[in-house]
Design a protein around this ligand. Structure first.
Ligand code: DAH
Length: 339
């Protein structure tokens, strides 16, 4: 009996050695330890063993069984470890390989120009306000002293949503909204998109951007306006920049002016850039019309103020010497990356 068991154990060892996959091990297990397995057969044959021998034989069978199980288990663990090692080797990641380059976007010249304008005014204590792009005719025109029959209304080529609602043609309606809120004094700028029914060309687009400015307080005078915009021009275009206020007309300001800056290309001597004049126009401004103050709930005897409106694209085109506005709307990354 002992010999038979030893032979079985030896046979198992051989077959385990020959096994090259976990499934084969399982086959060995079934073959020897399974219901119809060889060791199980030995157990079944116990009835033929004389009773006094049975405990000894039983112990031997059990020992053999445990030995076989231990062998199987040990080999299985070795196999699993080898398989895992192979897997890890196959999945190894070379962290030293150069990564794929992601193409990233770039800030738009309009955005860069706007941030610069905002920084200048926020530095002077202004707050940034926003207003709706779809605006009441009342705010876009009426409260800005542009009544229904005013020629300025035609000049602005308005997109109408209906009789009372328009796509705002300017950021000036935000002035009216700020004044109506009534938190005086006011020192605000309001950047945003505006719309006019214009054909697209090198200097026009049906949608562009403006930055509105408004200051309302007691004793605000034209010299405050001049000083503020002079500082603005110097910070935006360089310390050596000079400003010139030319009389102009806007319905919502009185007096009104357009502001020119000395050409930053030739310094004022005249070049192709400034069409020989030495000056470049950058914005419109003026003292808020008393009638506008009144319509927006502010007493013009107590308060005065100034306002200005800058075309953002115009600033971007000038600052970055871009000669066609359409380039700003194409969003070609090769173009945008230059700024
Ligand atoms: N809203 C004017 C325009 O679109 C620009 C402007 C001029 C705004 C003078 C102002 C201002 O606030 O005072 O042409």
């Amino acid at each position: 009996m002992k010999e038979r068991l030893e032979k079985i154990a030896e046979e198992v060892r051989k077959q385990i050695e020959a096994a090259d996959a976990p499934e084969k091990l399982n086959e060995v297990r079934v073959k020897f330890l399974g219901k119809k397995g060889e060791l199980t057969a030995v157990l079944k044959g116990m009835k033929d063993v004389v009773p006094e021998e049975r405990p000894k034989v039983g112990q031997l069978v059990n020992e053999t069984r445990e030995a076989i199980e231990a062998m199987l288990e040990e080999t299985k663990q070795k196999m699993d470890a080898a398989i895992r090692r192979e897997q890890l080797k196959a999945e190894v990641i070379d962290v030293t390989l150069p990564s794929k380059k992601n193409t990233v976007g770039h800030r738009h010249p309009n955005t860069i120009a706007l941030e610069e304008v905002e920084n200048i005014f926020v530095g002077m204590g202004y707050e940034v306000m926003e207003g709706p792009e779809i605006e009441y005719d009342e705010y876009n025109f009426e409260k800005l002293n542009i009544p229904a029959d005013h020629p300025a209304k035609d000049e602005q080529d308005t997109f109408y949503i209906n009789q009372d609602i328009v796509l705002r043609t300017q950021t000036s309606p935000v002035q009216a909204r700020a004044m109506e809120q009534g938190n005086l004094p006011i020192r605000m700028i309001s950047p945003g998109r505006v719309f006019r029914s214009d054909e697209v060309d090198a200097t026009h687009s049906p949608s562009f951007h403006q930055v509105e400015g408004l200051v309302i307080d007691k004793n605000i005078s034209f010299s405050d306006l001049k000083g503020t915009l002079d500082v603005f021009a110097k910070q935006l275009f360089g310390e050596e920049t000079k400003t010139k206020f030319r009389p102009h007309h806007f319905p919502f300001t009185e007096p009104s002016a357009e502001v020119d800056v000395t050409c930053f290309k030739c310094g004022g001597s005249g070049c192709r850039f400034c069409k020989g004049s030495g000056w470049i126009e950058i914005l419109g401004c003026g003292m808020v019309h008393p009638h506008v103050l009144e319509m927006c709930g502010i007493d013009p005897k107590e308060y005065t103020g100034f306002a200005f409106g800058v075309g953002l694209e115009r600033i971007a085109l000038l600052k970055y010497e871009i000669d066609d506005m359409r380039l700003l709307y194409e969003n070609d990354i090769r173009f945008l990356k230059q700024f």
